[in-house]
Ligand binder design. Structure first.
Ligand SMILES: Nc1ncnc2c1ncn2[C@@H]1O[C@H](COP(=O)(O)OP(=O)(O)O)[C@@H](O)[C@H]1O
Ligand SMILES: [Mg+2]
Length: 485
């Protein structure tokens, strides 16, 4: 079954609402008109009663009373549609106009009906005519019959005809109004929903190659601005991710291609003419270096991919960070000796995490710091633990200031501040990306700052997790580390 559209729903809602309101209104109007007719008729009937009363109130004698019907006929001669019945209080019929019929339920013969100034009015039909009548007790001047009961009735056919015509017009108008409201509702809803349809059109036209498209906010009604803004923000994020992804793959291709073409060029040159064994050996060493570089990049890529997919199974254990740093210093001491770079560590902190991963993260930061420290410089690791057990690790080195524009992108894959220089010295630009992935997997954050010849990388790790967190495999996932660049 097709889904009812919003326009249809709104239209039906308008139509139903206006139907209810207009039907109630029509009913009330019809009632008021009916009541109005009853009042008019009552006045007229009372006028007729007055006529009869006048007849009966003339100073009378016995002779007068016996001649009353005759005189009554004379008096009513001009009122052809008037029905009159006079009875005594006991219910005996004294006078009646010809062919008059007063239904017993409205006009009982036994008792007087009303003496009130506004007596009840009854409506009935007889012989194809609609009749309305009333019954009143009237004083007479006859000594033998001081009070009589007078019932008068008249045809109200003209009122009935008028009311029927009126009611028909009323209901037709109401039906038309409902129709018009429904049509207006449909037009309003269709116009009101136009921006939503435009949003859908834009959304449909968006593809990976047209991610720069945005919804216009100016002409939107206020209700839709939030939605459109959220949609535009989502597009911006998608566009950014897509850009990073495509840059990442081109970088990847480039990183893999460079060592390969180096190997190929060297080999071609070596083969171009006969060489000595020593020369061949040199070429092979050089090729081995390039292959080693290629293998390291690929291994790093694999590590990152696994870490992004939460595949690095982690054994969480209590790690004394000062101890780890000291062991790393032992390893790097030999490297820095000839450049007279000083390594130092201060403070203490411990951490619950994967020892190998944490060591790799620290080692990446240390090797960068050492590589960027000039001869005679100082590399310092500052450990800090706060009361809650959260640990902060700062790796600080003297050296060239990293321009502020590069700082936010340092942790992107393959990002190097000076690609030309660092291709020869450093790695493939994956070290910081791996460090970040590890820190993220431990629920921490990493940031870099650099000013006045001092560069600091700071890792903030939350308080040591409990055994249950470990059981839940908290470190097994590097949740929020999409390919960044
Ligand atoms: N301590 C530092 N001082 C100056 N620049 C740094 C420092 N650490 C990292 N960088 C810059 O960040 C870039 C990325 O570092 P990294 O991801 O470890 O890649 P790689 O070491 O393979 O070049 C480096 O190429 C370098 O330009
Ligand atoms: Mg590095």
């Amino acid at each position: 079954m097709p889904r009812p559209s919003l326009t249809l729903r709104l239209t039906l809602l308008f139509a139903a609402g206006s139907t209810v309101v207009l039907v109630i209104l029509g009913y009330l109007v019809a009632q008021a008109v009916q009541r109005h007719f009853v009042e008019i008729d009552r006045d007229e009937l009372l006028g007729k009663v007055e006529l009869v009363r006048h007849m009966l109130a003339k100073p009378g004698t016995a002779a007068d009373f016996t001649s009353m019907p005759g005189r009554m006929n004379d008096a009513l001669i001009g009122h052809r549609h008037l029905h009159v019945r006079i009875s005594d209080p006991a219910g005996r019929l004294l006078y009646s106009t010809p062919e008059s019929q007063f239904p017993d339920e409205h006009f009982p013969m036994t008792s007087a009906r009303s003496e009130a100034s506004r007596p009840d009015v009854a409506t009935w039909s007889h012989g194809g005519h609609a009749l309305r009548g009333t019954m009143v007790v009237v004083d007479t001047s006859y000594a033998e019959l001081p009070r009589v009961v007078v019932a008068v009735a008249m045809s109200i056919d003209h009122h009935v005809a008028f009311f029927q015509a009126f009611a028909r017009t009323l209901w037709i108008s109401i039906a038309l109004s409902v129709l018009v409201t429904a049509i207006l509702g449909w037009v309003a809803a269709a116009r009101g929903l136009q921006p939503v349809r435009q949003m859908a059109t834009v959304a449909q036209s968006i593809s990976a190659s047209r991610l720069h498209d945005r919804l216009g906010l100016v002409e939107l009604p206020s209700e839709l601005v939030d939605l459109a803004t959220a949609f535009n923000d989502m597009l911006a994020r998608l566009e950014d991710s897509f850009r990073r992804l495509s840059e990442f793959s081109s970088d990847l291709a480039h990183e893999l291609k460079t060592p390969l073409s180096n190997v190929m060029t060297q080999t071609q040159v070596a083969l171009s003419r006969p060489r000595t064994a020593e020369e061949y050996r040199e070429v092979l060493y050089s090729s081995l270096e390039e292959c080693d570089r290629l293998a390291r990049t690929i291994a790093d890529m694999l590590y990152l991919a696994k870490s992004d997919h939460g595949q690095i199974v982690s054994r969480a254990e209590q790690i004394d960070l000062a101890n780890e740093v000291r062991e790393l210093f032992d390893f790097y001491d030999a490297l820095v000796e000839d450049r007279a770079v000083r390594l130092s560590c201060s403070g203490a902190a411990s951490l619950n995490g994967d020892r190998l991963m944490i060591r790799r993260a620290l080692s990446n930061l240390l090797s960068n710091a050492i590589a960027h420290t000039p001869a005679g410089g100082h590399v310092e690791v500052i450990l800090q633990a706060d009361d809650s057990g959260a640990a902060t690790i700062r790796v600080r080195n003297e050296g060239e200031t990293i321009p502020a524009g590069h700082l936010p992108r340092l942790f992107d894959r393959f990002y190097r501040v000076d690609p030309a220089r660092e291709r020869t010295t450093g790695g493939a630009g994956l070290g910081l990306a791996i460090t970040k992935s590890i820190v993220t997997a431990h629920g921490g954050t990493i940031s870099a700052s650099s000013a006045d010849g001092v560069t600091v990388f700071e890792i903030a790790l939350p308080c040591a997790p409990t055994e249950t967190d470990n059981a839940n495999g908290r470190f097994a996932v590097a949740e929020s580390s999409p390919p960044r660049r």
